[in-house]
Design a protein around this ligand. Structure first.
Ligand SMILES: NC(=O)c1ccc[n+]([C@@H]2O[C@H](COP(=O)([O-])OP(=O)(O)OC[C@H]3O[C@@H](n4cnc5c(N)ncnc54)[C@H](OP(=O)(O)O)[C@@H]3O)[C@@H](O)[C@H]2O)c1
Length: 264
């Protein structure tokens, strides 16, 4: 039986690309997602029709029980499939962008923290013990953790916390022979309509010193490297695939890309 990987947020633009890339690398895919059942079904059909292993776990990660439910489901899947090795967890699911400093509510704040920080923490705590030495965890952060974007302050804070989790967990589980790293994407075309809006695209493109926005495959490629033995001496690091978005001051700033999209 091939080694398995757990990818959260598998129905999103970047999550689906990670599933495809790790399937191409020969891993079996356990895909967590929230409510996009049709996307999960189509992804599963395509990966299975290509000879791959795919199992989906729908689960709301904003719920306090979410990580434990996913952990239990993964354990059951491993046992049902002859207990193959769990090679990696990719903490990719997130609530994106917003809310801003002036209008964030307590409920919104808690919801972002629950999905973007609490869930990766407890999923990692639950799944790391199921991994043999050589396994690893990859957290998907964001360039937002590295510059100010006050219209997305809560989101940015969650990604800073995720990078802190990356460093601290790297030491916490190193003795088990496990590694932890993060990937930092800049603006990445996940299929959201913002990437079709000329003003929003132009603004997002202005962040990268290379210009343009990334394709989700860029993030998937970084994940593929970090969970492989090619990265066997790499732990506690943040791999930047932002196209240099964190290097240079931007010519103009909006409080959030949402400010450029009508009716958002
Ligand atoms: N796209 C970018 O420009 C960009 C830039 C920097 C960093 N990132 C990071 O890259 C990662 C992937 O982003 P993306 O662009 O692919 O986002 P996306 O297309 O919006 O996908 C988000 C994924 O997270 C899942 N999710 C959200 N809330 C959930 C919840 N409460 N419970 C369970 N699952 C939930 C969604 O599942 P359902 O749809 O099934 O509910 C979906 O699979 C995120 O960590 C994001 O912060 C993205």
């Amino acid at each position: 039986m091939r080694k398995l990987v757990v990818i959260t947020g598998a129905t999103g633009g970047i999550g689906a690309a990670i599933c495809w890339r790790l399937h191409a690398d020969g891993y079996g895919i356990i895909a967590q997602y929230g409510v996009s059942h049709d996307r999960a079904r189509m992804l599963g059909e395509r990966i299975r029709s290509g000879g791959g292993f795919f199992e989906a776990i729908p689960c709301d990660l904003s719920s306090p029980d979410g990580p434990a439910i996913v952990t239990q489901a993964v354990q059951t899947l491993l046992e049902a499939n002859g207990a193959p090795a769990l090679r990696a967890l990719v903490n990719n699911a997130a609530k994106l962008l917003g809310p801003g400093f002036g209008d964030a509510t307590v409920d919104q704040f808690d919801d972002y923290m629950a999905v973007n920080v609490r869930a990766p923490f407890f999923l990692s705590q639950g799944l790391a013990p199921l991994m043999p030495p050589g396994g690893s965890i990859v957290n998907i952060s964001s360039a937002s953790a590295h510059f100010s974007s006050p219209g997305d302050i809560v989101y940015a804070m969650t990604k800073s916390a995720l990078e802190s989790l990356t460093r601290n967990m790297a030491e916490a589980i190193a003795r088990a022979g496990l590694r932890v790293n993060a990937v930092v994407p800049g603006f990445t075309d996940n299929g959201h309509r913002a990437f079709q809006d000329p003003a929003a695209y132009d603004y997002m493109s202005s962040f990268s010193v290379l210009g343009g926005v990334a394709d989700p495959d860029v993030v998937a490629e970084a994940v593929s490297f970090l969970i492989s033995d090619r990265a066997r001496r790499t732990t506690g690091t943040i791999l930047d695939v932002t196209g240099g978005s964190t290097l240079a001051a931007r010519n103009r700033r909006a409080s959030s890309v949402r400010a450029l999209i009508p009716d958002s």
